[in-house]
Write a protein that binds this ligand. Structure first.
Ligand SMILES: [Fe+2]
Length: 323
């Protein structure tokens, strides 16, 4: 027996779908259910309904986000606009032409497959970008034995801290996700810092310190080059802003440009706090990491000078979850 593709018909009056079953039974298998009734969507390719109020209920039940088509009255444009605004992908009027309906069902199916394909490619691309960024960042980190795990920890911390701003509506979850993905590249410019400086066990001379400080601008330049090649603006723009500005101070006394207050991109003001906090509590070859309480004291003493007071207010709320 040939396996036919299934369409789920949802209506308060399933008997009226007999008309569809009769006309289209050779092309699709139709399964009927009443709204709210438990339905098995596993082998369904699209859902058809004839009542606006069913659309939300279907969305609640259908975890596969199958395409929904609507059957309404011919010329009822108000209903068509309303249901399309709710995400319905096609509007059919009764009575229908069998051939035309089959063509359009087929188009709905192909469009849905294309959308899912594109979403999968997009997810794959994001994964490749993240893996590449992480690999580059870890390669740089591996040069400096002092900073093991810093990249992963700071990305996790920035997620925790940024969550406070998502909760309060300052930024969206999508924006925070981009910042978290961009965070591992904050010190990418260290790739251009000589080993004799990067790995120096003792204190740096003035000249060495100024060369070390250039990792911010070098990082930004590298990311600008990536931006020209990949054109993935949102993610790389955050990476650029963080790399360039994560050592700026809120009072304008940081580097490389002495930017002040709101002129420092918000993502970099977040990074600045987590970067310093992690450096304070982490062990180094030449010293032990300090206890959390001491690190908190140092961080909070930088309110309004090194750090943005709003960011520290959020830091206060989530600091107990830090390691
Ligand atoms: Fe840095």
């Amino acid at each position: 027996m040939v396996h036919m593709e299934r369409v789920q018909l949802i209506s308060k009056e399933p008997e009226k779908w007999e008309y569809f079953k009769k006309n289209l039974s050779g092309s699709y298998e139709f399964v009927t259910s009443k709204p709210g009734e438990k339905a098995d969507f596993s082998e369904i390719i699209l859902i058809a309904t004839d009542e606006i109020e069913n659309i939300e209920k279907i969305r609640g039940m259908d975890k596969k986000r199958l395409p929904i088509v609507f059957f309404g009255k011919s010329g009822d444009f108000t209903t068509e606009i309303k249901v399309r605004s709710l995400g319905v992908v096609d509007f059919f009027s009764i009575p229908f032409d069998k051939e035309l309906l089959l063509f359009r069902f087929n188009n709905v199916k192909i469009n849905d497959q294309n959308v899912r394909w594109m979403q999968m490619i997009r997810r794959e691309m994001i994964k490749v970008q993240d893996d590449m960024a992480e690999t580059i960042a870890e390669t740089i980190e591996s040069r400096d034995e002092n900073t093991g795990g810093h990249i992963k920890r700071t990305a996790a911390f920035i997620n925790l801290l940024g969550d406070e701003f998502v909760e309060s509506g300052v930024m969206s979850r999508d924006q925070l996700n981009l910042i978290v993905r961009a965070a591992p590249l904050h010190d990418i410019g260290k790739i251009g810092v000589r080993d004799s400086i990067l790995l120096k066990p003792g204190p740096l001379t003035d000249n060495e310190r100024s060369e070390m400080k250039k990792h911010t601008e070098k990082g930004a330049e590298l990311i600008e080059k990536m931006q020209k090649k990949f054109k993935s603006h949102a993610y790389l723009q955050y990476a650029h802003d963080i790399a360039l500005n994560h050592h700026e101070y809120f009072n304008g006394k940081g580097y490389p440009n002495g930017k002040k207050g709101d002129d420092i991109p918000f993502c970099a003001r977040l990074m600045s706090v987590v970067d310093v906090y992690d450096a304070l509590v982490s062990n180094r070859v030449y010293r032990k990491g300090m206890p959390q309480e001491k690190a908190f004291e140092i961080i909070f003493s930088g309110t309004g000078t090194q750090f943005d007071p709003d960011v520290l207010e959020a830091f206060e709320k989530c600091k107990d979850y830090l390691i």
